[in-house]
Ligand binder design. Sequence first.
Ligand code: ARG
Length: 300
Amino acid sequence: QELIMTQNIAPASTTAGTTARTAHHRRYLMCRPEHFTVSYTINPWMEPANPTDTARAVRQWQDLYDTYIALGHEIELIDPVEGLPDMVYTANGGFLIDGIAYGPKFRFAERAGEAGPFIDWFRAAGFDTREPVEVNEGEGDFLLVGDVILAGTGFRSTGDSHREVGEVFGREVISLTLTDPRFYHLDTAIAVLDPIEGIENGGPERANIAYLPSAFDEASQAILAARYPDAIHVSDEDGAVFGLNSASDGYNVIISPRAKGFEAQLRERGYNPIMVDLSELLLGGGGIKCCTLELRGARA
Ligand code: ARG
């Protein structure tokens, strides 16, 4: 077992400089990668000729699960379906705020079969489900930052889905265009660091982010620079190991052990980086955030 329990896992808060960071409770949906393999190519990371080790994928995924549990988070599980190896990347299964679940409509036929199981799960769990008309890949391309939705396009979710997600949730949507095929989902190029609760409880006035500027077109880079002047800019090196594909509770930030520069940047800002290695799941083009879908809002 590749356990990481020797690290500092503390649901406490800390103070660095003037910024107090507080861990917030999270409820996540995950899917054990029992049927994980790479049998098709829909992103540049996937190479079906390279062997995959399903048992290793499950062990690494279990480390992530155990880490969330140790931090006091609540994990829900959706049953894996044979023949849908990408179902482990639950971030693409929907986007949920205030008990409303906006369902996915996958870009590629290989993943289309996941939409039904995800919508069924949300319905059974008591969420108010909304079936999409437009192509969108859930929290892979939609990130809630404070009270606005950052929405990615260029490779997977369409610009029309940005309008649709805005109508479903009645929130401001900021469209961003991804240009590097390695970073085909927004959650591979932006990490949300602070929760909305931080703002409500007198935390950072503006929920902050970390991002990889080179993953975006110029117009999107300008929008990000104007909106998030205090954002962490990660290096191309850290971006390339999926350093941004991470999960934050406002204090603890689960990241790849290979993202050394990002780890140091987080510490400087008073966050607590915790390293979990999902190298096997990276063979499918996914990391920590991809395996994590936030369930926001109480069950009905
Ligand atoms: N193989 C999957 C795909 O290409 C990986 C999805 C990664 N998910 C994410 N949220 N970035 O769709």
